[in-house]
Design a protein around this ligand. Sequence first.
Ligand SMILES: Nc1nc2c(ncn2[C@@H]2O[C@H](COP(=O)(O)OP(=O)(O)OP(=O)(O)O)[C@@H](O)[C@H]2O)c(=O)[nH]1
Ligand SMILES: [Mg+2]
Length: 359
Amino acid sequence: MLVPPPPQEKEEKKEIKDEVDVSFNFAFIGAGQGGSRVAESFHKLGYRKLAALNTAEQDLNTIKLDNKLLIGTGGAGKDPDEGARAFKDRKEDVLDFMRYSFGDEVDRVFVCAGAGGGTGAGTVCPLVESAKEYQESIGSNSNSVGVILALPKKSEGKRVNENAHNTLLKVWKLVESGDVSPLILLDNEKISQMYPNLVVSNFWQTANMSMAGLFHLFNLTTARDSSYSSFDSNDYKSILDSGLIVFGACNVEDWKDPVSISRAVRENLQNNLLSGGINIGGGSCAAGVVIGGKEQLDNVPQAHLDGAFEQLTRMLRDNSTVHRGIYSGDKPELTIFTAVGNIPKPTEKLEDLKKLAGI
Ligand SMILES: Nc1nc2c(ncn2[C@@H]2O[C@H](COP(=O)(O)OP(=O)(O)OP(=O)(O)O)[C@@H](O)[C@H]2O)c(=O)[nH]1
Ligand SMILES: [Mg+2]
């Protein structure tokens, strides 16, 4: 007589739920102090698949996240080789740490790091490799890992700018191989020019929240229905898969004026981006999301919005794809958000960093 096999134990999936209703399950791991603070800003927005890692215990203590891993001791002293060494000894632990911190329901991991230091700069590429392994192990539907890389202010000196140059170059190789996408640059120099009066104690917080807020907006709106026109999660995925991407936002004060909306899109791409020294015009896919209050959406002619989306198309490479979304918002204003992808190698930024590094 055949004995029936014992019932198979169903493998329990561990799911950690975000406290926001968004399109994609993103997880964030911050490396080094800047990277950890960037990850922390996503926690403030309601994301819950978060982790931070550092070589300095005292810096890790300042991070308000539950999942923290100390590798090495006493910091990497702005030496990326030191950061990389500390990581090598703990590679297996890092993979377990990701599983524990993120659970099994993740679409894409984002590695966050400051490119100019030692820990973040030295661990960002090995972390991408580990995150890829983690994504494969849980059967995520993404072949690439996201990177959010903070670039230094000019005033941070030669060593930091040299680290940033070398790190950006290494990460770019991973963009070219398809292992990294999207790459989001958080350019502290550009942000300091955009907000010249920011006090020191608010600078990082403002820089991190500006980027995280824009990132979040796209993940949020693509999960929402729109009675006007919508930008869905597949459209957003195509942007996430398009290498170097950049976000911008602009309030259209003079929304009754027919050309002001197009002008806002133009200015958005010229002045309001969180990264400098990159060639937006070389981008070939984009999303334009308009969020308007009731009065604005009841009065702005569709043709004016179409004009603005066409403006966005004209500013990119020929035959570019521009996804359009129009949503109603709570505030009595009209705001345009843009995301541009497939941006070519940031050669101008790399040159600037090289000059500042004296190499
Ligand atoms: N946007 C942003 N950038 C930051 C922040 N903190 C630091 N940075 C940038 O990141 C770079 C690296 O600094 P840290 O993150 O302190 O360095 P680390 O990775 O901890 O490396 P070590 O301290 O050398 O071990 C700095 O040069 C800054 O440009 C932050 O909160 N936000
Ligand atoms: Mg540090």
